[in-house]
Ligand binder design. Structure first.
Ligand code: DUT
Ligand code: MG
Length: 156
């Protein structure tokens, strides 16, 4: 008999008052990299994002990102393509020790106002492994063929 263990890390979520009745963030297809995040704006008061403006949109949940991982808040390509809606700080970083509500910093780079309704899937979060480096100050850098060349030094 083969026993299949679920080796995926667990993401604990705490539902806040403004997240009442919202669907849990979820992977919308079997192989989706990101779970979609929903807008926890007031059902009676949708948020209108004017062209060129930004807004911090609540998700209604606290995420306990497992240690050794981060949450990357990324735009949804459909909203970006159709409406110019993106995450201003993309990819947003949710630290594993953050215990506040996860919020999405949406920006409207389109030409028309965009209305964010309660429960709308506004962004996606990818859980990704993180490596914290040990920081050490030294006085000279090791030599390489590239040296200080960058920003197009190898041609376009
Ligand atoms: O899109 C985002 C980005 C960040 N955060 C939360 C979780 C994250 O752990 C915290 C801090 O984010 P970040 O380190 O990017 O911002 P900061 O400007 O460096 O703030 P801080 O000084 O609080 O670290 O804000 C979100 O909810 N959504
Ligand atoms: Mg920070």
């Amino acid at each position: 008999m083969t026993i299949h263990h679920d080796t995926r890390p667990t993401l604990n979520l705490i539902r806040l008052a403004n997240g009442e009745d919202l669907d849990l963030p979820a992977y919308e297809s079997k192989g989706a990299a990101g779970m979609d995040l929903r807008a926890a704006v007031d059902g009676d008061a949708p948020l209108t994002l004017l062209p060129g403006k930004r807004a911090l949109v609540p998700t209604g949940f606290i995420f306990e990102i497992p240690e050794g991982f981060e949450g990357q808040v990324r735009p949804r390509s459909g909203l970006a393509f159709k409406h110019g809606i993106t995450c201003l700080n993309s990819p947003g970083t949710v630290d594993s020790d953050y215990r506040g509500e996860v919020k999405v910093l949406l920006a409207n780079l389109g030409e028309e106002a965009f209305v964010i309704e309660r429960g709308m899937r506004i962004a996606q979060m990818v859980i990704a492994p993180v490596t914290q480096a040990r920081v050490a100050e030294i006085t000279s850098a090791s030599e390489t063929a590239r040296g200080a060349g960058g920003f197009g030094s190898t041609g376009v």
